[in-house]
Design a protein around this ligand. Structure first.
Ligand code: ADP
Length: 603
């Protein structure tokens, strides 16, 4: 298996190899094309040069022939002892030379001695000079046109020589020449036009010797070594006077390697060749340009492909991320639905539980109500004796007052009688109060929360127990620190107070000092009722069970053990606290705390 990065590396390698190959191929093709283009250009250039040269040489081809038939020439050759004739020829030749713009025109006798020349009046003239050694002379003397290129032995100026035999008038056919007429043409002008070309352009003779060109260092040197026979002939004809023909050392290296061959073209009648060496650098430059362009295009293409590939990958990645996100969101949705279901179920369960709890609480409350009522009735039973005594006393008094009043009336003592009646009224009022209190206590509470005047509740409770206290010789000392109002249930508050006072009464009943203290005070935002007695106090083992239902230390028939349990639950329902402790001076003290009513609280 191939990893992603391995594949990418392979792809990069292949791309690099492909790029290099493409560049190399482009280079080779471009070089070949450039080479052929340059060769063709060179060919064209050479064609122009060759035509130019050819036409120039041809232009003068007929000049020596035309001049050779001039009668003055034969005359001068025939009479070498008459200088006047030669002088005529001199002038004629000079005129023609100047008109035709050739380097020189001169006439030689059969030995090659110059007898007349266009430059006769110049310091370096040909008069008296012998050119018998020159091949053109010999060719012309043999009856045909002579042609030669060489350096002038007199002037040291190179030139092209054309020679024609001079015959006596009418003797041309089959006769022997009287002499030879030669024209020298300078090619310097021609050579100068090549100097602007960067590439080597040279004219070589049939032996490969450079005699004209735009590379001065190559002048009179050969392209290839020249054999000794040719060398000897060159020396004999003074063709390149004083020049040692050596091979060119600095031919372009590429040319020597044989791969940068010069472009060649034959020109003239002497086996010459004109050569042009195309600049290798130009080929390289063109090839480089092409391969650079191709490399640029390919690289841009590759970059484009790469960029598109990257873009596609990024898109794919983004798509994948989006899919993953969607999936995660779906998962979350599913989870939420699941959890919501569970939660709904749990909520419903909780609701059910709450309903059951509510039902249980209702049951409890009704049970508690019944219990409270039962406790109350039990207490009424306990109080019955006291209450009966309390009612009997005024009743007995009323009867006595009434009987006395009858007696007073019979005696006519109306004032006494009315005083008695007033006493009766008082006593019945007292009875009414006691009965009213009893009625109120026995009443079933509505369970309504209201503002309760605690002072009044304390007085009502004390009044209900007054008879019992009196009967047992117990003194109740009430100490109201403040008039306080609480929020709660008046009937139940009295029930608690009566229960506590009743317990205190029970506790002090058999003790020598029968004293009970009730004190009302304010404690923060609560009303605090302390009920203290001079009894034996609460025994240690009793304290823990004090508020438990049906816990009692009293003999059966006297206590049910429900009083404190009910009182405690009443107080808790009113958001208060009920606690018990032993006082430092002996006896028990019960503390009842109830929340103050808003008004009372603000006072
Ligand atoms: P009961 O009065 O019917 O016994 P309670 O619940 O009112 O029921 O009281 C429970 C017990 O608490 C009593 O039996 C008694 O032992 C104890 N007790 C209550 N008040 C006092 C008090 N002031 N002094 C000593 N013991 C008390």
């Amino acid at each position: 298996m191939m990893g992603g990065s391995d594949r990418r590396r392979l792809f990069l390698l292949l791309a690099a190899v492909g790029l290099v190959m493409a560049i190399a191929l482009t280079y080779a093709l471009a070089a070949r094309k450039a080479r052929s283009d340059i060769d063709r250009q060179a060919e064209q250039q050479l064609q122009i040069i060759a035509l130019d040269l050819q036409s120039m040489l041809e232009k003068f081809e007929t000049l020596p022939f035309a001049l050779s038939v001039h009668p003055d020439l034969a005359a001068a050759l025939r009479a070498p002892d008459q200088p006047a004739l030669a002088g005529n020829v001199n002038r004629t030749l000079k005129t023609v030379q100047q008109q035709a713009r050739v380097a020189a025109i001169y006439l030689m006798d059969r030995q090659g001695l110059t007898i007349a020349a266009s430059n006769w009046d110049e310091p370096q003239n040909y008069i008296g000079r012998n050119f018998g050694f020159r091949p053109y002379f010999r060719d012309a003397l043999n009856g045909s046109a002579g042609r030669f290129y060489g350096i002038g032995s007199t002037t040291a100026e190179p030139g092209y020589f054309i020679a024609q035999p001079v015959f006596a008038p009418g003797q041309r056919e089959g006769g022997t020449p009287l002499g030879v007429l030669a024209v020298k043409i300078s090619l310097n002008e021609f050579e100068r036009t090549w100097s602007t070309s960067d590439e080597p352009i040279v004219l070589v003779d049939q032996h490969g010797v450079v005699f004209l060109g735009n590379r001065p260092a190559w002048q009179y040197r050969s392209l290839a070594p020249v054999d000794s026979a040719t060398r000897a002939r060159m020396a004999a004809t003074l063709q390149y006077v004083g020049k040692i023909v050596e091979p060119i050392a600095s031919l372009p290296t590429a040319a020597r390697r044989g791969y940068d061959q010069p472009v060649a073209r034959a020109v003239g009648r002497l086996g010459w060749q004109i050569l042009l060496f195309p600049a290798q650098a130009r080929i390289a430059r063109i090839a480089l340009l092409w391969s650079g362009a191709v490399a640029l295009v390919l690289l841009s293409g590759m970059l484009l492909v790469w960029a598109r590939h990257q873009r596609r990958r990024r898109l794919e990645e983004r798509q994948a991320a989006r899919t993953a996100l969607q999936q995660a969101a779906d998962d979350l949705d599913r989870q939420i639905t699941l959890r919501t279901g569970e939660l709904t179920q749990a909520n419903q369960d909780l609701g059910d539980k709450y309903a059951r709890l509510e039902h249980a609480e209702q049951l409890l409350r009704s049970t508690q109500n019944e219990l409270v009522q039962a406790g109350k009735l039990a207490m009424l039973g306990q109080m019955a004796a006291g209450v009966t005594h309390e009612l009997n006393q005024p009743l007995a008094a009323i009867r006595a007052f009434a009987e006395n009043a009858v007696t007073y009336l019979a005696r006519g003592q109306a004032d006494q009688a009315s005083a008695n009646l007033l006493h009766i009224s008082d006593a019945s009022a007292r009875m009414g109060i006691i009965i009213g209190q009893l009625k109120g206590f026995a009443r079933k509470s509505q369970g309504k929360v209201a503002v309760v005047d605690l002072t009044r509740s304390i007085h009502a409770s004390a009044l209900l127990l007054q008879a019992d206290f009196d009967r047992h010789g117990v003194s109740l000392q009430i100490d109201l620190d403040a008039a306080l109002q609480i929020t709660g249930d008046a009937v139940r508050t009295e029930q608690v107070l009566i229960n506590l006072l009743r317990n205190a009464l029970d506790a002090v009943e058999d003790t020598p000092q029968r004293q009970i203290w009730l004190r009302l005070e304010r404690d923060g935002d609560q009303a605090l009722v302390r009920i203290r007695d001079s009894g034996p106090g609460i025994a240690g083992e009793v304290a823990a069970q004090l508020f438990e239902p049906f816990f009692t230390t009293k003999p059966s028939g006297k206590g049910l053990g429900l009083g404190l349990a009910i009182s405690s639950s009443i107080v808790q329902a009113m958001r208060g606290q009920l606690s018990a402790s032993n006082h430092a001076d002996g006896g028990a003290e019960f503390q009842l705390r109830l929340p103050l009513a808003k008004e009372s609280n603000e006072r």
